[in-house]
Design a binder for this molecule. Structure first.
Ligand code: AMP
Length: 116
């Protein structure tokens, strides 16, 4: 599958930029965040381009569900399921969205602060 995303995530998906991939299939990749906020910080990224969750629609329902389930599976694989973890979508400036290509943060492996 191709993406028209000209973000860093588009480049990673197309193999034009490096990343530490922890999962890949036809629909998604998951990588380690380059600037981790906790001991485990992964990003689950759809190969198809959706700017952010506000741009998702009914046609993306299955993909969004898959992102969540893959995030939960990766948390299990990383051994952080029992301790607990957070799945987060940032949307817009107030949430600190940096990369305008949809991605789900999987954050855990230590006690997390309250979400702002
Ligand atoms: P957000 O604020 O939700 O847009 O988060 C974007 C995330 O992407 C941040 O946590 C960044 O550290 C991460 N990031 C940016 N560039 C890269 C990269 N080349 N490889 C891995 N993670 C990245």
């Amino acid at each position: 599958m191709t993406t028209d995303s000209d973000t860093i995530f588009g480049k990673i998906i197309r193999g034009e930029a490096p990343a530490e991939k922890v999962f890949e299939d036809d629909d998604l990749i998951a990588i380690r965040d380059i600037n981790p906020l906790a001991k485990v910080h992964l990003l689950v990224i759809p190969k198809t381009f959706i700017r952010d969750i506000s741009q998702a629609n009914e046609s993306h329902k299955e993909l969004l569900g898959k992102m969540m389930l893959v995030g939960a599976q990766l948390a299990r694989d990383e051994g952080i399921e029992n301790g607990g973890y957070r799945l987060t979508f940032n949307c817009g400036d107030d949430a600190g969205l940096l990369v305008p290509h949809l991605h789900l943060h999987v954050i855990g492996g230590q006690k997390l602060g309250a979400p702002a």
